[in-house]
Design a protein around this ligand. Sequence first.
Ligand SMILES: Cc1cc2nc3c(=O)[nH]c(=O)nc-3n(C[C@H](O)[C@H](O)[C@H](O)COP(=O)(O)OP(=O)(O)OC[C@H]3O[C@@H](n4cnc5c(N)ncnc54)[C@H](O)[C@@H]3O)c2cc1C
Length: 231
Amino acid sequence: MTESWDLVVVGGGIHGVGVAQAAAAAGHRVLVLEKTALASGTSSRSSKLIHGGLRYLESYELSLVYECLHERELLLQVAPDLVELKRFHIPIYQYTRRRPWIVRVGLGLYAVLGGVGPDVRFGTVPRHDWSQLDGLVTDELEEVYFYFDAQTDDALLTRAVMKSAQSLGAELAVPARFLGCQLVEDGCVVRYEREGRQVECQARVLINAGGPWANEILQLVSPSQECLAVE
Ligand SMILES: Cc1cc2nc3c(=O)[nH]c(=O)nc-3n(C[C@H](O)[C@H](O)[C@H](O)COP(=O)(O)OP(=O)(O)OC[C@H]3O[C@@H](n4cnc5c(N)ncnc54)[C@H](O)[C@@H]3O)c2cc1C
């Protein structure tokens, strides 16, 4: 008999496993298809930062920064063994385009958007402590700011989220390559390859979490679907 799922998620990167976790927590039947290994794509090749998006302040994306800072806070609370706060330094030289006052305003805004608490501390490093900052070139150095962001092991985090999704009832098929899907009236018929065999299942919803392969995956959907650009 053909298996039937509420959601089939294509891609076992951080987005795919996150969707699987949320959907399983909401009581949906979820299958994740991953062609190589969990986090084998960009989710093990990132800069490993759980950041609030300080640089997005320059493009006035305040609500995005607010959301990222609060998600960071949440991850620090729920996964303290995987996400830890790190101190960052921003050196400002005489020739640096962003002047000290701009950086101070940016860090101040970052702190306000992050709410109160130790995670949003920022300030300047006193001149007599500059020599303790390993590798810092001090010629023409005007000011050094410090602030905090978080760091993780992205592959471990991805695997932990999948484990949590599985504990909520989600299933993982790996290696399992998505081959295509046919949209039907009440969902879709999904085809994938597992252990050299072609398997067919039904899903109410197909989630394309293919990261850099997202367009490739989209082209395997029949009838063909339009790609909506995300700004
Ligand atoms: C250089 C760099 C630095 C970054 N630094 C950061 C950072 O510091 N902090 C941060 O938050 N983000 C960072 N990012 C962004 C972050 O890495 C990505 O947003 C995130 O990893 C995307 O996850 P994903 O699940 O969408 O894609 P991926 O992790 O790429 O997952 C897609 C998965 O789909 C699978 N797949 C593809 N085709 C099929 C198929 N036909 N069948 C089954 N499975 C398939 C792949 O094997 C892969 O595992 C960085 C990105 C880059 C490139």
